[in-house]
Design a protein around this ligand. Structure first.
Ligand code: ADP
Ligand code: MG
Ligand code: ZN
Length: 503
């Protein structure tokens, strides 16, 4: 029954949920934002030239020995604590054996039956203001694989490719995989709940500052397991696992599509195949991947090169103290404190700006200034660069720095826009952009006086007008001076100098 079903053959969603009950399970991989890899000292920067961040350990050379990244363990524990999990006093790394060209050791170091964090939950906020508790089975540490690029096929997949390229920069980057218990009873709200869960997880991980959680760059990846059972049945149906669903919207679309597709299979008297599937961004469908391996196929066994991870109880308690307020509760509190209307708040949330605004305020900006930048100029930039607002290459701390420069009078708001553009273009920190582009406001009277004198000399008629009392004519001179200084003059000061010169 793996023949593909077109949209036309699928039953209506309302009809599906009237007869079937969905069960879901979410597996989310998060790449940790540590400076170095999980088991070696190689850097983890995204976008570096292929195979420049590699060493014998992450290339799986014989005899190379892994060493656990302490920072990654701390992040994993913090994630576990934020998910209300228990933290295991001692847990092992295990080898998950399989062959794939992007994995040079022929096994992935992961955790198997004793993950560092287990049995937690997230109280996920839904749009209608209610909360849905998703139970978390485990959060375990592992390493990422390398990246294959298949050349010559229309789809970018291996089928039909003439050759493939391998980049091992990502091999060994620390990952935490978070797996839910089966999510039951969601009924028709299943797609919405799946999306809300992944959204909550993303916001939570962002607030912990353990990952940049960029679904578009793969630093957060979601696999959605879905099955259907006839309403009232107790036994779960066979699930499929839709891989690498790379946006929040796609999570919702993929679950909904899989529910309709499986209903069509079951309605026709067929059986759902236990398999991985690929989500198709283009038309929102899923296509078959490979049959699911069972755990036995991987021949897991404890990695003899690595000692157990045994965090001291004091360390776990210290890390518990670093888990702040849940981001959605913080939003609700901020809305109150800044007395934002529901409408304004909804706009900011819809823009994807609210957490950035809060972080910008935390970095020292006023709420008004932070709102103004994240509410208009930055969304315009995101729009013209065709990325999501939260994917813009600027941090709240950098925006706060630009705001501080404006408040210190070193930048006008026009110059500040240029500084922001410079940061977005990868020219460095705000202060570096100011220096490199020479953007600082010119306050030095000597330099300004020269520009004013030049402009006055070029416009004797206007000088006459000003002298005869038509003070508004000074605007033209001020404009010329601003142009001559590429917008860097302090306009109020220029006006004073112009008027003084005409007295
Ligand atoms: P695997 O490694 O095979 O992907 P995991 O245990 O890591 O298995 O993840 C399976 C996910 O699917 C978990 O979130 C689990 O709760 C969920 N799940 C298990 N059985 C079903 C089912 N029949 N229908 C839907 N989800 C399921
Ligand atoms: Mg899994
Ligand atoms: Zn390495």
């Amino acid at each position: 029954m793996s023949a593909e079903l077109s949209e036309i053959d699928l039953p209506e969603y309302a009809d599906v949920v009237a007869r079937y009950e969905p069960v879901m399970g979410m597996e989310v991989h998060v790449e940790l934002g540590t400076a170095t890899k999980m088991f070696c000292g190689c850097r983890t920067e995204f976008g570096a030239a292929p195979n420049t961040q590699v060493c014998p350990t992450c290339l799986g050379m014989p005899g190379a020995l892994p060493v656990v990244n302490d920072e990654a363990v701390r992040s994993a524990i913090r994630i576990g604590l934020a998910l209300n999990c228990s933290i295991r006093p001692s847990s092992l790394f295990a080898r998950k054996n399989y062959f794939y060209p992007d994995q040079p050791k022929n096994y992935q170091i992961s955790q198997y039956d004793d993950p560092i964090a287990h049995d937690g939950y997230v109280d996920v906020p839904l749009e209608d203001g209610t909360v849905w508790r998703v139970e978390v089975e485990r959060a375990h540490m592992e390493e990422d694989t390398g990246k294959s690029t298949h050349i010559g096929s229309a789809t970018g997949r291996i089928h039909g490719a003439s050759h493939s390229l391998l980049d091992f920069n990502r091999a060994g980057v620390p990952l935490v995989e978070i797996v839910t218990k089966p999510i039951e009873g969601a009924g028709e709200r299943a797609p919405e709940i799946a999306r809300a869960y992944v959204t909550a997880l993303r916001d939570l991980l962002a607030s912990l500052d353990v990952s940049d959680v960029r679904m578009d760059q793969g630093s957060m990846r979601c696999d959605a397991n879905v099955s259907l059972k006839p309403k009232g049945a107790t036994e779960f149906g066979t699930r499929t696992e839709t891989k690498n669903v790379n946006s929040l919207k796609s999570v919702e679309v993929a679950v909904r599509y899989e529910m309709r597709r499986q209903a069509a299979v079951l309605d026709a008297g067929g059986e759902v195949t236990l398999e991985t599937r690929h989500f198709q961004e283009g038309d929102g469908t899923t296509t078959p991947g490979r049959p699911k391996e069972s755990a036995e196929d991987y021949r897991y066994f404890p990695d003899p090169d690595l000692a157990p991870v045994a965090p001291a109880a004091e360390l776990v308690e210290e890390l518990r103290g670093t888990i702040g307020e849940l981001p959605w509760l913080r939003r609700a509190r901020i809305q109150q404190e800044w007395s934002l209307s529901d409408e304004v708040m909804r706009d900011l949330v819809n823009l994807g700006a609210i957490d950035a605004i809060i972080a910008t305020v935390d970095a020292g900006a006023t709420p008004d200034a932070a709102r103004s930048w994240w509410g208009s100029f930055l969304p315009q930039q995101a729009n013209s660069r065709e990325v999501e607002l939260d994917a813009l290459a600027i941090t709240p701390a950098q925006v706060a720095r630009v705001i501080a420069l404006v408040e210190e009078g070193k930048l006008t708001s026009k110059l500040a826009q240029q500084v922001i553009v410079g940061v977005l273009d990868g020219e460095g920190e705000p202060d570096e952009v100011v220096a490199a582009r020479g953007l600082e406001v010119v306050r030095d009277d000597g330099a300004l006086q020269k520009a004013v004198d030049d402009a006055l000399a070029a416009n004797p008629d206007i000088v006459e007008k000003i002298r005869s009392g038509k003070v508004q004519a000074a605007g033209k001179i001020v404009g010329d001076v601003m142009k001559a200084t590429r917008g860097q003059a302090d306009a109020a000061r220029v006006r004073e100098l112009v008027l003084a010169a005409c007295e």
